[in-house]
Design a protein around this ligand. Structure first.
Ligand code: APR
Length: 183
């Protein structure tokens, strides 16, 4: 594994020993289910965040595809949850994963724009979802843009997409640096 803007770390991405401010990015379905894998672990640990995610899915459904939404963990001011909406439904996917990869690419670009250039699309999803991080503003440790971008090997578990294909999309975001946790 070798892409210059991706650093690999062995271990659990939710380990209690991690204390620097970070955005934990993961791949979400639009069906309101954090039922397995990393999403399940986040929901179990941060139920209020899962509530925000469910609210979004109920309101917008598959129009979320290709979008990035930032949700506070609420109980840990060093952890924000970055949701990449990459599939309409959860569970293992059929086929090559091309659609998941295409939405991952779009959502990573949406993330870059929202976090680093302050110019969201201004659409309904963006104006609705901005409130989540707004109401956590006073508790942020540092500006959102200074939270480190971290993730497990997204898309490669339940979604079954070979990791190198997602890694390539991270490489294309060459202005950003990512830390990826490998179990
Ligand atoms: N630390 C590090 N890596 C982890 C951890 C953890 N605590 N938990 C899971 N992983 C790894 C898995 O081994 C896999 O390589 O994260 C990767 C992504 O696995 P999944 O969670 O299965 O996610 P993904 O393949 O992106 O599928 C997304 O599953 O997470 C649910 O609701 C979500 O529908 C969505 C789908």
């Amino acid at each position: 594994m070798g892409v210059s803007n991706v650093r690999y770390v062995r271990g659990n991405c939710l380990a209690a020993s991690i204390s620097h401010p970070r955005i934990l990015i993961h791949s979400c379905n639009c069906n309101g289910s954090w039922g397995g894998g990393i999403a399940y672990q986040l929901g179990a640990k941060f139920p209020k965040a899962e509530g925000d995610y469910i609210e979004l899915c109920e309101k917008f459904g598959s129009s979320l595809l290709g979008k990035f939404v930032l949700i506070p963990s609420y109980t840990d001011s060093t952890l924000l949850i970055g949701c990449l909406f990459t599939a309409s439904f959860g569970g293992s996917q059929q086929g090559t994963g091309d659609s998941i990869l295409s939405y991952t690419k779009q959502a990573l670009e949406d993330m870059r724009i929202k976090i680093f250039s302050d110019t969201g699309s201004g659409g309904e999803i963006d104006s609705f979802s901005r409130k989540y991080i707004q109401r956590f503003k006073d508790k942020l440790k540092v500006p959102v843009a200074d939270y480190k971008l971290e993730m497990p090997q997204i898309n490669s578990g339940i979604f079954g997409v070979p990791w190198p294909k997602t890694e390539q999309l991270l490489a294309e975001q060459s202005s950003l640096s990512f830390t990826v946790y490998v179990l």
